[in-house]
Design a protein around this ligand. Sequence first.
Ligand code: BES
Ligand code: ZN
Length: 621
Amino acid sequence: MFNKINKFTALIITLVFSLSILPAHAVDKHSYSNDDKIVGTHLHLDLTVLFSKKIMRGTAEYDIKIIDKTAKHFILDTRDLEIKKITVKIHNKKWQKTDFKVSARDKMMGSKLTIAIPAGTIKVKIYYNTLPKASGLQWLTPAQTAGKKHPFLFSQGQAIHTRSWIPIQDSPAMRLTYTANIKTPNELLAVMSANNEIGTAKDGDYQFTMPQKIPPYLIAIGVGDLHFKAMSKITGIYAEKYILDAAAEEFVDTQAMIDASEKLYGPYRWGRYDILMLPPSFPFGGMENPRLSFITPTVVAGDKSLVGLIAHELAHSWSGNLVTNSNWEDLWINEGFTSYVENRIMEVVYGKRRAVMEQVLSINGLKNELKTLSENDKILNLKLDGRDPDDAFSGVPYTKGQLFLMYLEAKFTRAIFDPFMKGYFQTFSFQSMDTPKIKAYIKKELIDKHPNIVSMEEINFWIHSSKMPENTPNPTSDVFVKVAQGRTDWLAGKITLKNMPTASWTVHEWLKFLNDLPSDMKAARMAELDGAFNLTQSKNNEIAHIWLLQALRHDYYDAVKKRLRNYIISIGRRKLIVPLYAELATTKKGMVIARDIYKTARSGYHPLAQGTIDKVLKLDQ
Ligand code: BES
Ligand code: ZN
C-alpha cells in the first residue's frame, strides 16, 4: 500500500513539476516569439499586392489568447517589414493605438517586434508593408515568366522566411488558423495554402480560409496568370497556360498516390490537394504548402520519371503538416518521415522495382554527401545554435532519416511497423513533435511492446551519432547491378556502347550510369557517350544536371560550351544549379566562367538561391 501511494505521489509530483517548468513548447532558437505567454490563435490578413513597387501592403490581425496573465507584451518575428501602426481591441471597445518597438535587425533572426498589450486585449492589428527584398517572396517581372505578359509572385516560408512578409510568431511549434483578403491586379489569380474555390471569378479580390491549425511556415501565396485544370475530383493544377496540360498529364497519378497513402496512414485530412506550378526560378523542387503543393516545372519530364517529388510533397500532408517538427533542429522528423512515406507511395503506385531504384539513388547521394559534411551535420537531431537552418540543409535529415525508418520497418516487419506509423500520425495530428517526444513514443509503442528486437541504445545511435550504424539497410537493385556491369565492361573495352541495352533504360538507370562514372575517366570517353546518346541536349533536367556536372569534372568542355550556360540561367532550383556553380568554383578557369554566367543569371534567381550562390562564388563579402 505504502509503495503504491509512494509511486502515485511520485507520478503526480513529476507531472506537476514538468507542467510547471515546461513552457508551452520547447524553446525555439530561431524565433523571438513568446507564444508560451501570449499566443496568436487566428490570423486575418488583408493585403494588397503591388507589383509596380514589389511590395505587399495592408494589415495582419490576430485573435490572441493570454496564457500568462502577467504578460504585458505580444512578441512577434519580423524581417525587413515596415511597421506603420499597431492597434488593439479591448473586449468590445473601439480599436485603439498601442506602443510597439522594432528591435535592431539580426542577420539570421530578423527584428523582434514587441507590442504592448493592455489588460483585456482580445485582438491586435498590425499595419505594415513588406520590402522588395523580402527573403520569403520572389517578384517576377512579366519578362521573367513563360507567358511574358503578366508578373508573378510567390512566397516560400520554410524555414524562417514567413516573417519577411507577415509579422508572426514564426516557430514551427506554433499553430494557427488563418483567413485572408488579397487584392491583386484584376487579370491575375491569387491562390493560397487554404481553400481555393474552383471557378473563382478573376476580379482581383480574393478571399481565403484555412480552417485547420497550421504552423506559420506553411502560410503561402502565389499570384500570377494562373489557370486551373482538374485531374480528379479533389486534385488539380494551377499553372500558367504553357504548362497546364503537360503538368496535368505528368501528375495524373496524384489521386492514386493519395489513395495509397490513405490506405497506409489514415485519412487525408485537408480537403482538396492541388498543385501550383511555379516559374523555373522556384528555389526548391517542391514545397508542401497545405492543400496546395508548390512545384518546380523542372520535373515535368514527359514520362513521369520525376513524380517522386509529388509523392514527397503529398506525403508531407501526414509527416510535417499533420505532425510537425517543433524546431528546425528536428527537421528529420519532417523530412526523414516524408522520404520514407514518399517511397512507400511510389512502391504502391509504380512498383517495387522503381521504389528500390529510388532508394538506392538517394542512399548513393547521401554516401557522397557525407564525405563533405562536418561531423555535426551528420547527426539527425541537429544542433543549430547561432546557425541559420538554411545553412545546415543537407541530405541527412532526408535520407538518414528515411534509412532509420527503413531499419525499423525491416526489424519489426510491416505487420507491426505500418500500424505503428498510422497510430503515430493519428495520435499526434495537428501537434508538434521533437526528438525526446518521438523517442518516448518509439519506446512505448515499439520497443516495450515488442521486446528484444531493437534496443534504445540502437535508437539513440541512429538519432544522436554522426556515424551511420553498422546494420544500416543496404538495398540493392538488380537493374542497377546490370547497369554497373555494363559500364565496367564498356570502360574495360570489353563491349561497345551499342552492346548496352540503353533503349530500354529509364531515367533512373541513366542517373545511376552517369552518377558513378569514375573520376579518372578520359574526356574522350565523355565525347563517346555524347556522340552515342546526345546527353548534352537531354530534355530530362536531372540527367542534364549530372551530365553537366560530369562534363566539368572530366574537362569535357564541349558540353559546357553548348549547354551549361543556358541550363544554369534558365533554372533556379538550388539542387540542380548550386552543385554546378560549386564545381566550377573549384578551378580558376571555372570560377571565371561561373561569375560571368552568374552576372546574367542572378537577377532571375530567388533571394534564397542568390544568397547561396553569392557564398559559393565568394561574392558575399
Ligand atoms: N519542405 C521541403 C523543402 C524545404 C526544406 C524548404 C527545408 C526549406 C527548408 C520540401 O518538401 C522538399 O523536401 N523538397 C525537396 C524534394 C525532394 C527531396 C523530393 C526538394 O525541393 O528538392
Ligand atoms: Zn520535404
